[in-house]
Design a protein around this ligand. Structure first.
Ligand code: SAM
Length: 269
């Protein structure tokens, strides 16, 4: 996958892409990440990339011309081709006003060949970038950051780890929080119809078996795979109910899940 990022602070990205899975994915040639300085695409000799807002008000707004000029240097198809899903590319504007980025979108973006990420600053980016250039406007959460760089780093991290070959054990990315998934491939685990069905992940433990009086649940050392699977599913349901009950509304729950939920809540659901 090719990832291009434009920002007025290219130095910001010294670091986030140099460790762990992203680093390995880059070294292995699975992801190529290029960071571009927006000022290099300014149209005047002062390298101006922002201007005062029409209508008055506080702050500055990133101008459209340098951003359009930059994207036009990249080998990306026309916006309507991208919007129609006819090319495996996406041009994404990071914005607090965008649709909320989620794991499902990470999975969808990980199937593309090229991502182009536009980082805003100041009061934001001239709306014509959203209207006529980007095919998605994404927000990483309901809060306002001072710039799009952290959002871009979040998307790159989430997507890169899903690229085939990026993590040693690919099954681990199928059993995660928020991940709706098809049955486990044979040989990886029980033939459950759904691993986490968009729930939060189950709790994980490692050695020591007893730490400051907190013992690892005995079932995990029992060697009984079906009991372990059931305990994990129940724990995932319990944790989701406690921390993110909203996810339960959309989760694909099976009969066993409903039975486990009844046990948890002590009533029929
Ligand atoms: N005036 C804007 C608003 O209220 O929606 C906020 C602008 S913010 C200070 C500057 C830039 O940070 C935005 O253009 C965007 O690129 C980025 N940004 C801020 N919050 C974000 C979020 N939740 N997700 C992604 N990017 C965000």
């Amino acid at each position: 996958m090719k990832i291009d990022i434009v920002t007025i602070f290219p130095e910001f990205f010294h670091g986030p892409f140099d460790y762990g899975i992203i680093r390995r994915a880059r070294d292995a040639g699975l992801a190529r990440i290029d960071v571009h300085d927006l000022r290099a695409f300014a149209q005047d000799r002062h390298r101006t990339v922002d201007d005062r807002p029409f209508g008055g008000g506080e702050g500055m707004v990133l101008k459209p011309e340098p951003i359009f000029a930059w994207v036009e240097t990249l080998p990306v198809a026309a916006r309507d081709e991208r919007l129609a899903g006819r090319v495996p590319q996406s041009v994404i504007l990071l914005s607090a006003q965008g649709k909320r980025f989620c794991q499902r979108q990470s999975q969808e973006l990980a199937r593309l060949e090229q991502l182009v990420l536009i980082c805003g600053r100041y009061e934001g980016v001239d709306e014509r970038v959203s209207q006529g250039l980007a095919d998605r406007e994404l927000s990483i959460g309901d809060y306002v950051l001072s710039g799009g760089e952290i959002g871009a780093a979040v998307i790159v991290d989430c997507v890169t780890r899903l690229l085939p070959g990026a993590v040693g054990n690919e099954a681990s990315t199928r059993q995660e929080s928020f991940t709706e998934y098809e049955p486990w491939p044979s040989g990886i685990g029980p033939t459950a119809t759904c691993v986490s069905g968009g729930l939060l992940d189950y709790p994980h433990y490692t050695r020591p078996a007893n730490f400051r009086g907190m013992a690892v649940p005995e079932v995990l050392a029992s060697g009984n795979h079906d009991e372990i699977r059931r305990w994990r599913r129940r724990s995932a349901l319990e944790k989701t109910l406690r921390n993110r009950p909203d996810l339960l509304q959309q989760a694909a729950l099976g009969e066993e899940d409903r039975e486990l939920l009844s046990q948890i809540t002590g009533q029929n659901t």
